[in-house]
Design a protein around this ligand. Sequence first.
Ligand code: AMP
Length: 274
Amino acid sequence: MIIARTLNELHAAREALGPLGLVPTMGALHEGHLALVAAALAAGRPVAASIFVNPTQFGPKDDFKQYPRDEAGDLAKLEGAGCALVWLPSVEVMYPPHGATQIQVNGPAVHWEGASRPGHFAGVATVVAKLFGQVRPIAAYFGEKDWQQIQVVSRMVADLHLPVRIVPVPTVREHNGLAMSSRNAYLTANEHNAAPMLHAALTRAASNIVAGLEVAKTLHQARHEVAQAGIVPDYIALVHAETLEPIATLTHPARLIAAAKLGHVRLLDNIPIG
Ligand code: AMP
């Protein structure tokens, strides 16, 4: 496995490997990330993973400094998973002095995470565009766990005619339904027991909506169930799966999306519906 830390090292590796699949990550890798690597390998191309904790997608009150980091453990996991290349840029390599460009996606970036975390998606879109320019992958693999992020990145790729295919990969969950996340490491034992309630409430809401119960009432009930478990809901919403606009009745394609605070941890989840 080649480890590249400079653009020269990255470009030499790219030349040697030929067309690549890319798995962008912020490290602290778990089985969700490794499922992206497996999906990329299944396409039959060498796989590059990037590890970069991107400061510009964290807000001033977010956990950038505390975000879990484990470079040695991550490299061992990526090697075991069959990655050919790991791209490990520093903040200085990613954001050289005098940089003056930012990518602002509107549309699917406006609501939900976009509203709760101002600037987050501009940070994501900018770093993903940079990663695409640096690695120049044929395809890039993103987790459905961050559903809105996939729609934002797909919108950007379509709008800017970027020559990369975005491939969504289903969410990997713990046996109790909790979506795996690097941030789950911050949960206390009690919080870890409560956390699966978010997915349980989403699943129940989805079957109730499909069964014909009123959407607004069902979503209200889901928020109530989540709050009962000690989780503070930010939003639980039925949305158009691509535009992320809220919808009042079940039409297609739709997605049930949720974010909530448990202790210091922001939990994100979403499921298909209908
Ligand atoms: P992160 O390191 O959290 O920025 O995530 C890097 C990539 O892994 C993103 O495309 C995430 O959506 C994806 N990912 C994170 N957790 C999961 C999961 N539980 N299942 C599938 N993909 C995931």
